[in-house]
Design a protein around this ligand. Sequence first.
Ligand code: SAM
Length: 160
Amino acid sequence: MPDSATLRPGETTVELPPAADAQLRFIGRIRTPFKTRADCPRQGSADGPECRVEIDPILEPALDGIERTDRIELLYWLDRSRRDLLTQSPRGSGELRGTFSLRSPQRPNPIGTSVVTLLRREGPVLVVRGLDCLDGTPLIDLKPARCDQAERRREAAHQG
Ligand code: SAM
């Protein structure tokens, strides 16, 4: 059940048709010190607390080489969101905006993304900084951040 089930004045919803199954599988879980939405920052920051990205141990070999990158992009499932909002009033400001014009967690497919700093790897666990999600948020995917990849290519070209 979403922990933000109440509507703000003027917000509108839609009755959604049944979901087509995209066959997503969660690859792990994110552990953060944020227990409630009120504890969470709206976006992660470089000086935020250490968080643990726990990858399913059967997928651990898929992390090989991840330490070569400092910045990682995480995609996660904002599982306590409502999914039927068409328009929203950000922070209860009274102004109404369309869901797709916002980075609100309330959206038909509640996917959040953050580029985080990798501090260290402990087996199947990545210790990172820069997250903004609730403790226990399911992880969908992770990959090197784009700027990190570009930097490595430039370095390789420089050395070669
Ligand atoms: N950085 C991501 C993005 O831009 O796609 C997420 C931004 S969203 C504004 C972050 C907010 O989502 C948090 O401040 C919190 O209120 C809410 N949130 C965090 N984890 C959540 C979860 N598991 N389910 C529902 N809402 C969540």
